[in-house]
Design a protein around this ligand. Structure first.
Ligand code: ADP
Ligand code: MG
Ligand code: ZN
Length: 496
């Protein structure tokens, strides 16, 4: 039988605020000794009182706005009771009845990534967002043999939980969704979005049903996914496994699965117990959360242009290919760098703007990315400013230097931060377009290679490249190639 997959994703985003959700301990616990980044509040000591982190509320609203959600203007905190050693209070402060953000959607571009190759072909999919609410993170448990260790450094770090409707219909769509969510939280500066470090966690719920059916099958939940690839591979694996079970007349058990990255298989973590009774009730130690107009508007006004909108604009206004638009908008700093190069080459509009943008895109995605990855450099710590790169591009455009020389000059700029013009002058790299000088070079080359000249005139046209190369060498690569080749052709014709 043919089946279709139904997927909904529950994601957790760990915020990069300065302090924790309800106390003033640092939210950046990376590298700290276990249990040093704690206080009575995040350790759950009796009588310690929580205080709301205003920035964390703003971050959640920003994510909600980016996901086209409605923002609840009056909401409150609830206690979600359960007992694990990594939750020192015995409850988590969360939101249940009235999430801060709800009823939204996100549009994502879905590409066939099965080959790992870039393809311009994609479709745009809308995935509805059920809710995005605020809560606090737990501590971290480590099990070693028969001993278990707990580290509360992470306890109380602000989290946003984002739940989609079951609108995701393939492993590639799940990949595209989490990829887009990661880009968004990075653009907003809300989180590092690093799945490998647990700052973004995505847990797919998935089920199969006969193609065309309108009821849902039994779902499983996949946990412990620490990369986008693991999300895609685990879903693909489960589709195959469940198809086999159903085809053999079996039934899917509702379980929680873990993903074994090494073996590439899912493993059962927990059979579904009785539904948890979390005994939610309003948190008595915190006031309700009221979002007034002025606050909401000030947050809205600070929203940056988001990746997909930027990508569409780059394609529309700059005429960039889908590939260029995606790689240039993947992070905000790169997009800004690129736009500053374009601006410095301007002012331009229409076709001229597209030409200018194309050469800026070529330089950024080509030479700049190449040198950055070789040096392990990051976009915000570069020696070369966008204005300096624009100056270099102009030297090529006005034929002061040729493209090959420009690449050498750029390497020097990248290393030292010097201006292109200064490097060209101090090294005497300016392109030779002077016809009299180049004509002398051509004569010298023809005199030095009489045999090749004879052979060329006898019909061996390939020797034209050889003679050009010899002339280039004499000018140390600085000759304007068009002028040089025209002169060479003319000189050879005169010898017929
Ligand atoms: P639970 O109560 O088990 O947490 P929810 O109804 O809260 O389940 O849904 C959790 C996530 O699972 C949501 O993203 C939702 O879209 C998705 N989901 C719900 N039912 C199914 C199903 N039968 N198949 C796939 N995904 C589902
Ligand atoms: Mg749920
Ligand atoms: Zn604390």
């Amino acid at each position: 039988m043919e089946y279709e997959v139904v997927i909904g994703i529950e994601a957790h985003v760990e915020q990069s605020t300065r302090s924790k959700m309800f106390c003033s301990c640092s939210a950046d616990f990376f590298g700290a000794e276990p249990n040093t980044n704690v206080c009575p509040t995040c350790l759950g000591m009796p009588g310690a009182l929580p205080v709301i982190n205003q920035r964390a509320v703003e971050f959640c609203i920003m994510v909600g706005l980016a996901l086209n959600c409605k923002i609840a203007r009056h909401t409150f905190w609830e206690r979600k009771s359960y007992w694990y050693p990594d939750l020192p209070k015995g409850y988590q402060i969360s939101q249940y009845q009235y999430p801060l953000c709800y009823d939204g959607y996100i549009d994502v571009d879905v590409r066939d990534l099965s080959t790992g190759n870039w393809t311009e072909e994609c479709y745009r999919k809308r995935i509805r967002i059920r809710r995005a609410h605020l809560e606090e993170d737990t501590g971290k448990l480590t099990h070693l043999g028969s001993a278990s260790f707990v580290d509360y450094n992470r306890s109380g770090v602000p989290l946003i939980e984002i739940v989609t409707e079951p609108d995701i219909a393939s492993a590639d769509e799940a990949y595209a969704y989490l990829n887009a969510l990661r880009d968004i939280v990075r653009y907003l500066g809300v989180s590092t979005g690093d799945m490998e470090k647990g700052a973004l966690r995505g847990e797919p719920n998935m089920s199969l049903r006969p193609k065309g059916s309108d009821t849902f099958g039994t779902k499983v939940e996949i946990k412990n996914l620490n990369s986008l690839r693991a999300v895609r591979d685990s879903i693909a694996y489960e589709i195959k496994r469940q198809t086999r079970v159903l085809d053999e007349g079996g039934q899917i058990k509702q379980v929680t699965l873990g993903w074994d990255d090494v073996r590439g298989v899912t493993v059962v973590q927990r059979e579904k117990e009785e539904a948890h009774d979390y005994r939610y009730f309003p948190e008595p130690d915190l006031p309700p959360l009221v979002i007034n107009d002025a606050w909401l508007e000030s947050i809205r006004a600070r929203m940056p242009e988001l990746p997909l909108a930027k990508q569409d604009r780059f394609m529309r206004d700059f005429g960039l290919s889908g590939y260029d638009a995606v790689v240039l908008t993947r992070d905000r700093a790169t997009a800004e760098y690129f736009e500053r190069v374009v601006a410095a080459l301007g002012p331009a509009e229409g076709e001229r703007l597209k030409a200018v943008a194309k050469s800026a895109a070529n330089w950024v995605t080509g030479e700049l990315f190449r040198l950055m990855s070789a040096a392990g450099a990051e976009i915000h710590t570069l020696n070369v400013t966008p204005v300096q790169l624009a100056d270099l591009i102009r030297l090529v455009d006005d034929k002061t230097i040729n493209l090959n020389t420009a690449r050498q000059v750029f390497e020097e700029m990248f290393a030292t931060g010097q201006d292109a013009r200064a490097i060209v002058q101090s090294k005497g790299l300016a392109q030779v377009s002077d016809e009299a000088a180049l004509a002398r070079v051509v004569e010298d080359v023809l005199t030095a290679h009489p045999q090749q000249v004879q052979s060329y005139l006898a019909g061996n046209e390939k020797l034209f490249q050889f003679l050009t190369g010899q002339a280039m060498k004499l000018t140390k690569g600085k000759a304007n190639p068009q002028v040089l080749q025209a002169l060479l052709k003319a000189a050879l014709e005169r010898r017929r």
